[in-house]
Write a protein that binds this ligand. Structure first.
Ligand SMILES: O=c1ccn([C@@H]2O[C@H](COP(=O)(O)OP(=O)(O)O[C@H]3OC[C@@H](O)[C@H](O)[C@H]3O)[C@@H](O)[C@H]2O)c(=O)[nH]1
Length: 368
């Protein structure tokens, strides 16, 4: 999810050859995580079905779907492919990377709770070994590194709204810990490299963000509710829906990341929209904007789900001159439009297994 404006402005401002590699690296994150999921899926399918020959076709079908997912993710950057200053590199940040860059936007990591919990060890490796590799690269080539940290470093907060001085309230062995603690130690690594090696670091604590080009299976609340509302399915609220979140539109986030990268602020900065809603209010708003007759269904509460979250963005306003400008409903309408198109795209590009030909046995047709 990128906004053309600030990135293109940036392209012209910085050495073109090196910038090209930076752009590639920025997308490594996302390609690596999709690729990781693809490989996991392949391993699971191979292990689960190897004994039963007749099940192979069945096992391969979801894999084919996954390959299509990978292609779909490539659609997120297709408008950049062919641009003279853009290069897409397929690389897992858990492995060292040797390239020449000026700036590194280190965005690698799944960010959706069901995705980062799906393979917690890989989430930990990406945020720990991956961050060490990116810091090592920054040190070697003298690049500045921006870490995409998260509001989840505040855990289930006891301070509201959350400002950057708050140390957080995280369960270190809970289901979210792979991400929360992974990002916390990633921040620690940034400041160790800054103090010991003089690496220039920027740390953005990103609050809930949404927008076009999210994955249909992302699993976070915005995409879930919109897709459910568009398909007339119940909107699944976890727990009573009294927990709160504040959602920012993706272009605001991108502007904030670019402003932070090019600032002289090395301490962590919250980037988020402080307009806070309960999840139940949010479900009702999405139903209204979609014009959907879907029910609201209450499911059991997610373990360690933060009960309140709202960014204090005074620091970003003061030091970066940044604040979100896209109103929630305007952003949601853009996301609704995108997901409507994605559903149409999916309907027209589905993998449909070929029907098996009917076999003849003793003169009569047998259907399998
Ligand atoms: O279908 C759903 C999905 C989610 N929810 C609830 O909606 C709230 C928001 O859930 P999301 O999964 O969208 O995201 P969370 O706020 O839990 O985590 C996010 O925090 C900020 C970022 O760093 C990450 O994008 C992500 O970890 C939670 O209370 C969750 O329980 C539902 O009620 N129904």
């Amino acid at each position: 999810m990128v906004s053309k404006g600030p990135l293109l402005r940036l392209l012209t401002a910085i050495n073109r050859r090196r910038m090209k590699l930076l752009m590639g690296l920025a997308f490594v994150a996302y390609v690596a995580s999709v690729w990781g999921n693809f490989v996991n899926m392949r391993t699971l399918q191979e292990n689960g079905d190897q004994k039963v020959e007749s099940k192979i076709e069945e096992a391969v079908a979801p894999l084919r779907e996954k390959i299509k997912d990978l292609e779909k993710r490539k659609r997120n950057v297709e408008h950049w492919i062919g641009h003279e200053n853009f290069e897409l590199i397929n690389h897992d940040v858990v492995e060292p990377l040797y390239i020449e860059v000026d700036q590194i936007y280190h965005l690698a990591s799944p960010a959706s709770p069901p995705n980062y919990m799906y393979n917690p060890i890989k989430t930990l490796k990406t945020n720990t070994i991956g961050t060490l590799n990116m810091l090592g690269l920054a040190k070697r080539v003298g690049a500045r590194l921006l870490l995409a940290s998260t509001s989840e470093v505040y855990g289930d907060p006891e301070v509201h709204p959350q400002n950057e001085d708050y140390w957080g309230h995280v369960n270190p062995i809970g289901p979210r810990a792979c991400y929360d603690e992974g990002k916390r130690v990633a921040e620690t690594m940034c400041y160790a490299y800054m103090k010991q090696e003089g690496v220039e670091v920027r740390v953005a604590r990103i609050f809930n963000t949404f927008g076009p080009r999210m994955h249909m299976n992302d699993g976070r609340v915005v995409s879930n509710f919109i897709l459910q509302a568009l398909q007339g399915e119940p909107l699944t609220v976890y727990g009573p829906g009294t927990q709160t979140r504040a959602f920012q539109y993706v272009s605001d986030l991108v502007n904030g990341l670019v402003a932070l990268m090019n600032s002289n602020v090395s301490s962590p900065v919250n980037l988020g929209n402080p307009e806070e809603h309960t999840i139940l209010e949010f479900a009702q708003l999405i139903k209204k904007l979609v014009g959907s007759g879907s029910e609201i269904q209450f499911l059991s509460e997610a373990q360690d789900d933060p009960q309140k979250r709202k960014p204090d963005i005074r620091k970003a306003k003061l030091l970066l001159g940044w604040e979100p400008v896209v109103p929630l409903e305007e952003g949601l309408n853009k996301a609704i439009h995108y997901f409507r198109k994605e559903l149409e795209y999916q309907a027209n590009n589905q993998y449909i297994p070929k029907p098996k030909p009917a076999r003849m046995k003793k003169g009569r047709t047998r259907h399998n």
